[in-house]
Design a protein around this ligand. Sequence first.
Ligand code: 5GP
Length: 108
Amino acid sequence: MFTRIIDREIPATIVAETDRLIAIEDINPQAPLHVLVIPKTQQYRDVVELAAGDPALLAELVALAGEIAGRAGDSFRLVFNTGADAGQTVFHVHAHVLAGRLEEGTLA
Ligand code: 5GP
């Protein structure tokens, strides 16, 4: 599904893009700033696979998340839902960047 966004086959609001990453607004935001940072490769299902397979790409992802969150303030949550029981619905690794006022107890 994210591949179709990366390939511009379905629309998304793109907030940043690099050679290896794309960042889009979440379609169902859980916070005033809710951005997904997604490696363009769909090789990794989750953050554990990404960390093992390409730690430099994970570091790039974290840096881009910080840069995007920094546009809204200093503090943010970086959430990787990992596994269906933890709420992961898209098995193409992505980070949720959440900033601004968060609903009590809510994680995306
Ligand atoms: P997960 O539940 O896998 O951690 O996160 C998947 C996220 O993708 C959800 O927060 C969901 O709102 C978002 N999402 C699902 N489909 C689309 C879409 O077509 N466009 C965008 N921008 N976000 C999507």
